[in-house]
Design a protein around this ligand. Sequence first.
Ligand SMILES: [Zn+2]
Length: 96
Amino acid sequence: MPVVNGWKLSDKPLWALGTKQSWGWSWRLVQASQPRDLPGVERVWLEVDPEYLPDREALEEWAMDSVCEATDGCRVEPDGICPHGHPSWLLVLGYI
Ligand SMILES: [Zn+2]
């Protein structure tokens, strides 16, 4: 099992999964061989390069700062989404 920046991963692809809620989008990080959609549920699956996974230190810095990285490496606000549609790591990892 590979470990990337302190995260234990399986060999399956890593995804940022967005699910539409009444209040907006909720995000989480999922490892799965392929995206699976539920009927009637609006979802976004974005494949994430595990190399971009931040370590705890970076996450703590971002949580106190006003900039954060998105799952594709762009700079965004801590609760932001980059122009390519990728959410911040703080959103995906449930820090916000
Ligand atoms: Zn981007």
